[in-house]
Design a protein around this ligand. Structure first.
Ligand SMILES: NC(=O)c1ccc[n+]([C@@H]2O[C@H](COP(=O)([O-])OP(=O)(O)OC[C@H]3O[C@@H](n4cnc5c(N)ncnc54)[C@H](OP(=O)(O)O)[C@@H]3O)[C@@H](O)[C@H]2O)c1
Length: 241
């Protein structure tokens, strides 16, 4: 397929559902050969790959229960990416005093170490090709250091992604590689349960949460524009939690 990403290979971690899926579809429609990684749903994996193909794009994918220790296994299942998107980002709501050591390790490992390890593994290839795009997903209001009443571990890891993006932009930017962070506002997806849906409505400006397409529309623009590098970009309609 023709398009701005024709000839490029994209790997979307968490690309079979939610915001990652919406972005994977857009990458496919812009000519990238897209590989999506999903967690456990074969149905969502097949549905996403088919949707990209139905739109005339090229796609493949696989399931893998992700984690820092599985980064090499993930990268073995797709060609070296020109475009790396780390969309999957698990969270847990609890006050700091209720977070267990397991919570801290799980949330920081999957929201910070996993993207970091994936980037460290693919960056040299991008630098050698003199072209690369990396997009990370922060969270609501993690574009600056702030306090969070119920998401300290998750939000700390998401905030730290800004350091990762700025570091990559600093050293690999001169070699044609960009790395940015999108910080979505409260976004309803197929994973949003009733409690989260209510929370999203109560807190979102005008009582209307964002949807995955609204985030992906901005995300793909960032990937298209190499002049955006090392940026931490809220896509949240001005929401302050
Ligand atoms: N939604 C929001 O309100 C919101 C707000 C702020 C920031 N964000 C951030 O935006 C990003 C995308 O969020 P999202 O809500 O669209 O969905 P998400 O739940 O973070 O990601 C869904 C994707 O991750 C896969 N996945 C689930 N469990 C997995 C596991 N154990 N190992 C590997 N992959 C797994 C899913 O596959 P299966 O379908 O097979 O499980 C699907 O492809 C995340 O980084 C999130 O933190 C979201």
């Amino acid at each position: 397929m023709e398009g701005i990403f024709a000839g490029k290979t994209a790997l979307v971690i968490g690309g079979t559902g939610g915001i990652g899926r919406a972005l994977a579809l857009r990458l496919g429609a812009r000519g990238a050969r897209v590989f999506v990684q999903g967690g456990s749903s074969q149905e969502r994996l097949e549905g996403t790959v088919q949707a990209i193909r139905d739109a005339g794009g090229e796609a493949g994918g696989f399931l893998c229960d992700a984690g820092p220790e599985s980064a090499a296994r993930i990268l073995d299942q797709a060609p070296p990416p020109d475009i790396l998107v780390c969309a999957w980002g698990p969270y847990k709501r609890a006050p700091v005093e209720r977070l267990t050591s397991r919570d801290w390790i799980f949330l920081t490992a999957n929201n910070l170490a996993l993207p970091g390890i994936l980037i460290s593994s693919v960056l040299e290839g991008m630098i050698n090709k003199k072209w690369g795009r990396i997009l990370l997903f922060g969270s609501t209001n993690t574009d600056a250091i702030r306090g969070f009443a119920t998401t300290a571990a998750y939000s700390a890891a998401k905030t730290a992604l800004g350091v990762v993006a700025k570091s990559v932009a600093l050293t690999a930017g001169p070699h044609g590689v960009t790395c940015n962070v999108v910080c979505p506002g409260l976004t309803d997806t197929e994973y949003t349960d009733e409690a989260a849906g209510n929370y999203n409505r109560e807190r979102s400006p005008g009582g209307i949460p964002l949807n995955a397409d609204e985030i992906a529309e901005v995300a793909v623009e960032i990937l298209e524009h190499p002049q955006v590098n090392g940026a931490i970009i809220p896509v949240d309609r001005g929401l302050r939690l």
